[in-house]
Ligand binder design. Structure first.
Ligand code: GSH
Length: 244
């Protein structure tokens, strides 16, 4: 039976689950949701309110990591997300968990901070999403710079998120100087986490985009920074070579 992926249109964790499905070459159908009242249906389906969630043969799985592990268990003959070698496997799982915690949490805050000041990006998103998503982002974009200027705690939180994001991406660039992929010379779930958790900072060319016009829309001050650009080059190559 075809797998059903429930996602929010520009969500980075949803993109991570979608990429795991692509990587394993599985057929799937996407059901789009909007944050807000629709989450009641997600709660009814999965017992929690967040996306991504997949449905497959009567099984419902929430959480991008759980989804990836479910796919690996259920489709062992497809391309492997995890290495056979136990120590490499542990390293992939540890890096993936670390990236969920660092990029997963800091990415949206840094994105919000920079997107709020980037008219080109907000226009691109407005043209390529729904009126509701676009209006929500415009409202947040109006509030973030004011909150940051007036509330020290908000500014400190955004500064900390930005330090975390930049340090994490710099660490990934350093790893890629000595190996082809983040753990060794084969692509794995660690790469999938890294390349997808930066999703709205620069939308990749991918058939999985909510709207094709999103491809390339990016927060310029982050993705074009000379220290961080090599990671986004890796990201684009990874999509071209391993994901659709
Ligand atoms: N640990 C979860 C995190 C999922 C998550 O935070 N999803 C966000 C969208 S990127 C969400 O559903 N937010 C809505 C909410 O918190 O109500 C995973 O890996 O899937």
């Amino acid at each position: 039976m075809t797998i059903v992926l429930h996602r929010f249109p520009i969500s980075h964790f949803s993109e991570k689950a979608r990429a795991a499905l692509d990587f394993k070459g599985l057929e799937y159908r996407i059901v789009e949701h909007q944050p807000g009242p629709e989450q009641i249906a997600i709660y009814r389906l999965s017992g929690q309110r967040k996306l991504p969630v997949i449905e497959h043969d009567g099984t419902v799985v929430a959480d991008s990591t759980e989804i990836a592990l479910y796919l690996e268990r259920t489709f062992p003959d497809r391309r492997r997300l995890l290495p056979e070698d136990p120590s490499a496997r542990l390293e992939v799982l540890a890096l993936e968990a670390q990236l969920d915690d660092t990029l997963g949490k800091s990415g949206p805050l840094v994105w919000l901070r920079h997107a709020a000041r980037d008219e080109r990006y907000l226009d691109a998103l407005g043209a390529a999403t729904t009126p509701l998503v676009s209006a929500g982002l415009r409202a947040m974009a109006a509030v973030v710079p004011i909150a940051e200027a007036r509330l020290g705690a908000v500014q400190r939180r955004l500064d900390e998120a930005e330090r975390t994001l930049r340090a994490t991406l710099a660490d990934l660039c350093a790893r890629l100087e000595t190996s082809r992929y983040l753990v060794g010379d084969e692509p794995s779930l660690a790469d999938i986490a890294a390349v997808t958790l930066v999703h709205p900072l620069k939308f990749p060319p991918s058939r999985g985009l909510f709207r094709p016009a999103l491809a390339g829309a990016s927060v310029h001050s982050i993705v074009e920074h000379p220290d961080l650009a090599p990671f986004f080059d890796f990201r684009d190559r990874f999509y071209r070579d391993h994901l659709q």
